[in-house]
Structures are given as structure tokens and as C-alpha cells.
Write a protein that binds this ligand. Structure first.
Ligand code: NAP
Ligand code: MG
Length: 481
């Protein structure tokens, strides 16, 4: 599948092309995909600016209908598009399908949200004046998204952007261009103004940087790594561009001595290794009460070793390959770093060979780790999890909160008082009680604290804070003649 750019309502070739290969099978060339040039980015920005007021004026029924059509088609084609996600990103096919279906749900949710966008009326403190407060579109939104959820993450940004009347210029991750094109094809099919939605594929350092630095955008929604986020924030401030960012994490899970041990093992293993650990919600710090530490670790290792690692499209695969060679090398480097820091490797952390040549790696468990080790401070984005021992709930909570990040956090306990205390005192955007750290709904806010997030929350009705700007109107009615 050779892919093109979508700019001003037209499919275009880029100024360059890059090859796209399957991480489960490096002999499988998915196609070559277009790299946008700077002039093409300018054309997209100009077109978006012109299309946005037309889209806003088209009204709520139109916007509802378009979003509903996009969402319905994504759900209907979840199997087909999910297969491409699995082929290109390397997640098992069931996860690829689930992701595309979820992407559809973001569109149908925001289709309904279009109709619920109501303002406020207020009386003035000055007699004879009426006030109303309405939400208006913020304008042209730049969306920069990562490869790990190549359809769902852009969907939870594009859907509210369009719902609230904005135009979009989207720069997806260069590792997953085919997924981006399939989503764009569905949007391009709709009766929307030319230029309302633009796809500019290309490298982050080139076209991504040029996009976020442009004074022609009004807002930036970014998901990705902390270093790139810092650069984007600086670019945004220079132009006073509204910005929202979801970034790294180091999600803790407290495993208390009163928990259901088997459930704790299942949730911890699933959250640590699902999606090859390449989730911002992955459980990467397992803080285990000393009374059950050894029993928990033994079962966790058995669970890690029990996962079937293989080709993402093969039946029975539970963990697919790592997304790229660079990511795999970085993961293996973290295995060396952990060993050098004195952590004990209980299992995994090795490159695996399979029938096809790909970036396969066995899920790894480090034990005997301390929270000041790099493997407990830095996001690895790998199928590697670190176990720490704690003597009490209070100690475990202190360790959990000692991090620059604060995206998701979980506790496994049957003690109601502890569960409630954790909900109130864990410094994170999402807290999970007797659930994995990964796995969130589509109709409620998602985001974190500290270095994990910046700006307004994503998802649910809270997304209005980012994708709209508020106007306060004062009207003096005057006296009738
Ligand atoms: P990344 O390197 O930060 O890239 C994210 C996106 O930014 C990609 O589209 C990338 O393009 C682009 N980009 C890179 N440099 C840029 C620049 N200078 N200016 C503008 N855009 C630029 O992250 P990644 O490697 O794709 O994904 C892994 C990271 O994302 C992890 O750290 C993970 O935690 C984070 N993540 C966070 C969440 C969350 O919701 N909190 C969700 C998923 C992932 P290229 O593809 O061309 O590099
Ligand atoms: Mg990158």
C-alpha cells in the first residue's frame, strides 16, 4: 500500500518517500509512503484556515452526521483496518481490531456531543443587560500523534476537534502511515469543505517541527515523549498557541498483602506486557508488600514466561514484536542498565527468533529494584517491569508517588479503607482499584499529572476545554419605542 498526503481535499505525492516494513516480518514491505514538503504543509495550513469557518457555519446537524458516519464506518471495518494496524505496528490482531472499533466509538460519542454543546445565560449586575456565554471553535488544530495507537489516539483528538467546529492538520508517526491513510480515507469520503482535514505525513523533526512552530495554527494536541513535548511547548509559547500534551509515564501498581493474589498477577502481567509494554498506561513499577512478595513474584514470572510471543497476525500470539529496531535496541540497553544498577533479572529481556525475522523480545521481570534506579525513573516503553518490595501500604504509596510522572496508578487490595485512601492520595490522573493500570473508557477524561501531561484534559465532555474558546456576549436590549 503506497500512501499519499491528503491536502486541501486532494491526494498528493510528497517530496520524498520512505519504506514501511512489518515489524513481525521484515521481508514484508507494506509499501512506501509520502513525506510532505514545507510548501505542502503551507498549503494544508492555508486550506484549513479557509475551510474552518465554512464547517462551523454548516451547523450542528451536519457535524453530527459526518462524525456519526466516520464512527460507524470505522466500527464496521474494524477487522480489516485492525489487520493493517497489526501488520504495521505489531500488536496482535485482536488488539488491532479492538483499537479501530474504539476509534469508531470516539467519533460516535462526539457526534452526540455536538448536539449537547450548550452555553450559559447570566444576568448582568447592571440592569437592562443580558449576558450569554458560548463556546466557539478554537480554529485550526495541529495534531501530532505517536505510533503505539495509530488509529485510536488520533481519533480521540480528531473527533472532538471536528465536533466543536475546528479544522485539522494531522502529522501522524512516521512508523504507522498506512493506518493514518486508512483513517484519512474515511474522513475524506465525507461531504466536508476541502481543506477541513489534512494529512501531512513526514518526519517529526522536519514536518512535525514546522507544523508546531507555525503561527497559522491556533492549538496543538500532542501525544508522545517528554523531550519532544518540551520542544513543542516552547514552540507553542513563542506563538501563544494553545497546547495540550500527553506524554510519558512510570505507572505504579501497589500489590497489597490482602489482595486476591491470582487476580493481582493477571492484572499486573496484562498491564505490564500487553501491547509489548508499549502503552503509556503500562504497569512498570510493581510495589509489592513484603508478606506476599515471593509468592507474587513466582507467579508473575510464570505468567510472563507463559505468554506466546510471535507474529502479530498469527493465531495464538499474545505479544507481538517491538515496533522498530531502534526501540528494540533501546529495550535491550535498559536490560543492561538494570543489571548494572544491581537489579535481578528473573526472566526475559532477550531477543527471540521466530520463523520470520522480526523485532521479538521476551517479557522481562526485574526484581530487587529500588525506586532510585534508572529503570524505575525513566519510561522504557518496553515489555519490562520492575518489582519493588514495601513493608507497609504507607511505604508503598510513598514509593508510588515518588516519580516525575503521574498518568495512571493501581492498587490491588480487598481493604476498602486502603482503596479509598489510595484514590485520594495517589498523585495521578487516573487511579485504578483492583484493575490493571491500562484499559480506559472513551467517554470520561484521560490524562495525568507532572511530566505525564500538560494543558487541558482529553476525552469525554472535558475535551471542550481544549477544542473550544469561550465568548462572553453582553447585550443591552434598550427600551421599546
Ligand atoms: P515521539 O518521538 O515523541 O513522537 C511522537 C510524535 O511526535 C510522532 O508523530 C513524531 O514524529 C513527532 N515528533 C517527533 N519529533 C518532533 C518534533 N521535533 N516536533 C514535532 N513533532 C515531532 O514519541 P513516539 O516515539 O512516537 O512514541 C513513544 C512515546 O510516546 C513514549 O514516550 C510514550 O509514553 C508516549 N506516549 C504517551 C501517551 C499518552 O497518552 N500519555 C500515549 C502514547 C504514547 P516521528 O514519528 O516522525 O518521530
Ligand atoms: Mg519517535
Amino acid at each position: 500500500m503506497n500512501t499519499q498526503l491528503y491536502i486541501n481535499g486532494r491526494w498528493q505525492t510528497g517530496v520524498d518517500e520512505v519504506e514501511n516494513r512489518n515489524p513481525s516480518d521484515l521481508s514484508d514491505v507494506i509499501g512506501s509512503f509520502a513525506q510532505a514538503g514545507r510548501d505542502q504543509l503551507q498549503e494544508a495550513l492555508q486550506a484549513a484556515r479557509a475551510a474552518q469557518p465554512i464547517w462551523w457555519a454548516a451547523g450542528i446537524q451536519k457535524r453530527h452526521d459526518v462524525l456519526m458516519a466516520i464512527g460507524t464506518e470505522l466500527m464496521a471495518r474494524a477487522a480489516e483496518i485492525g489487520e493493517m494496524v497489526a501488520r504495521e505496528e505489531g500488536k496482535p490482531i485482536a488488539e488491532g481490531k479492538g483499537e479501530v472499533y474504539r476509534a469508531g466509538q470516539f467519533f460516535t460519542y462526539y457526534a452526540a456531543e455536538v448536539l449537547r454543546n450548550q452555553g450559559d445565560l447570566a444576568e448582568s449586575v447592571r440592569p437592562g443587560i443580558e449576558i450569554d456565554v458560548r463556546r466557539e471553535p478554537v480554529g485550526v488544530v495541529a495534531i501530532v500523534s505517536p505510533w503505539n495507537f495509530p488509529v485510536a489516539t488520533p481519533a480521540w483528538k480528531i473527533a472532538p476537534a471536528l465536533a466543536f467546529g475546528n479544522a485539522v492538520v494531522w502529522k501522524p508517526a512516521n512508523l504507522t502511515p498506512a493506518s493514518a491513510v486508512l483513517l484519512t480515507e474515511i474522513i475524506a469520503k465525507q461531504d466536508i469543505p476541502a481543506g477541513l482535514f489534512n494529512l501531512v505525513t513526514g518526519s517529526g523533526r522536519e514536518i512535525g517541527q514546522a507544523l508546531v512552530e507555525s503561527p497559522k495554527i491556533d492549538a496543538i494536541s500532542f501525544t508522545g515523549s517528554v523531550p519532544v513535548g518540551r520542544g513543542i511547548a516552547a514552540a507553542a509559547v513563542a506563538n501563544m498557541t494553545k497546547v495540550q500534551m500527553e506524554m510519558g509515564s512510570k505507572n505504579p501498581m501497589l500489590i497489597m498483602e490482602d489482595c486476591d493474589l491470582d487476580l493481582a498477577v493477571a492484572h499486573a502481567a496484562g498491564a505490564a506486557f500487553g501491547g509489548t509494554g508499549q502503552k503509556c498506561t503500562a504497569a512498570s513499577r510493581l510495589i509489592v508488600h513484603e508478606k506476599i512478595h515471593d509468592a507474587f513474584v513466582e507467579k508473575l514470572v510464570a505468567a510472563a514466561q507463559g505468554f506466546q510471543v510471535g507474529h502479530a497476525l498469527a493465531e495464538g500470539t499474545q505479544i507481538g514484536p517491538v515496533v522498530s529496531e531502534g526501540q528494540l535496541e533501546q529495550n535491550l540497553e535498559y536490560m543492561r542498565i538494570g543489571r548494572d544498577e544491581g537489579a535481578q533479572v528473573l526472566c526475559g529481556g532477550e531477543r527471540l527468533t521466530r520463523d520470520t525475522k522480526g523485532y521479538f523480545m521476551s517479557p522481562a521481570v526485574f526484581a530487587g529494584t529500588r525506586n532510585d534506579m534508572r529503570i524505575n525513573r525513566e519510561e522504557m516503553f518496553a515489555p519490562i517491569t520492575c518489582v519493588m518490595k514495601a513493608g507497609s501500604y504507607a511505604e508503598a504509596l510513598d514509593i508510588a508517588n515518588d516519580s516525575e510522572f503521574g498518568l495512571t496508578a493501581g492498587i490491588m487490595t480487598t481493604n476498602l479503607a486502603r482503596a479509598n485512601h489510595f484514590r485520594a492520595n495517589m498523585r495521578a490522573g487516573c487511579v485504578m482499584v483492583n484493575l490493571p493500570t491500562a484499559g480506559t473508557d472513551y467517554h470520561v477524561p484521560f490524562g495525568g499529572r507532572g511530566s505525564s501531561s500538560f494543558g487541558a484534559r482529553e476525552q469525554g465532555r472535558y475535551a471542550a476545554e481544549f477544542y473550544t474558546t469561550v465568548k462572553t456576549a453582553y447585550v443591552a436590549a434598550g427600551a421599546p419605542e
